[in-house]
Ligand binder design. Structure first.
Ligand SMILES: [Zn+2]
Length: 284
């Protein structure tokens, strides 16, 4: 039986958006979008992260023009007590203790803390890395990418999830193809969730309470989106790599949730999902 991972959902800073942008039929008021970093504790390997959320490096990376436009469009809020470094300390961990950081995709609000993880190797899907490296300064910025957030030796520390052994994901996941066994023990399977970016990487695992979990990053922005199959506004579609592919992935998530009601689907920016998961910890 594959090892169970202990999952902690850490809200590492947030920004605000009008709800209707993120959810068709939503309200016109602004709501908080936390940037969730997921701390995964592997019984043998120790601390793993899935994304980092925001970090103060974001402020430095958005100081020059045109990068400052990113800060103006999505101002970050990150109280000192909410930094990843502070939250890891609450688990008795230093940033250097994180041995692997799995990167869902290269948007700034998911990777801003990579420079703090001095002891980590990185894992991403090849298509996303290629898109990030081939983008022009302006083109990348328009797509929400800030390469200045990457450590200078990033590529030397990067492994591609595509190169990990393939695993069958089971009947309910059939539409998603096969997974990639990132640690060779079945504990964490990479699942391609394309559309938001070319190679967005979701993660399927079993948690401390033996629940099956899918971390789905920005394949949707709320539980209502996958449950009720409600896409974002067409305007939000402008930041998507491939709107049609995004819609298809959302449809597949919706069908997956219906096919497997016990599966816990966790988007990266849904505070209600995060609170619900943390509240039910240990009750399964
Ligand atoms: Zn994103």
């Amino acid at each position: 039986m594959p090892p169970r991972l202990t999952v902690h959902l850490l809200a590492v800073g947030h920004c605000r958006h009008v709800e209707r942008m993120a959810l068709r039929g939503g309200r016109l008021r602004t709501i908080v979008f936390p940037s969730i970093a997921v701390l995964l504790l592997h019984p043998q390997r120790g601390a793993i992260l899935y994304d980092t959320g925001y970090a103060d490096h974001f402020t430095a990376a958005t100081r020059p023009f045109p990068e400052r436009l990113h800060r103006w469009l999505t101002p970050m809020t990150l109280p000192p007590a909410a930094t990843l470094v502070q939250q890891l300390a609450g688990f008795g961990l230093a940033p250097a203790d994180v041995h692997t950081c799995l990167i869902s995709h290269f948007h700034a609000d998911h990777i801003a803390g990579l420079k703090d993880l001095t002891g980590a190797r990185f894992v991403a899907l090849r298509a996303d890395h290629a898109a990030m490296r081939s983008a022009s300064r302006l083109g990348g910025l328009r797509r929400g990418m800030l390469p200045a957030l990457l450590p200078s030796d990033f590529d030397a520390r990067l492994a591609f999830a595509d190169d990990a052994p393939q695993r069958d994901l089971g009947v309910a996941f059939r539409a998603f193809g096969s997974g990639h066994d990132l640690f060779g023990d079945g504990s964490a399977l990479a699942v391609a969730l394309p559309g938001h970016t070319p190679g967005q990487m979701g993660l399927r695992l079993r948690d401390q309470d033996d629940r099956e979990v899918l971390l789905c990053a920005d394949a949707c922005w709320s539980a209502a989106a996958w449950r009720e199959h409600r896409p974002p506004s067409r305007l939000a579609g402008l930041i998507m790599h491939d709107w049609g592919r995004y819609r298809r992935t959302l449809q597949q998530l919706h069908e997956l949730g219906r096919a497997d009601a016990s599966l816990v689907i966790l988007p990266s920016h849904c505070e209600a999902s995060r609170l619900d998961y943390e509240r039910r910890r240990g009750s399964a």
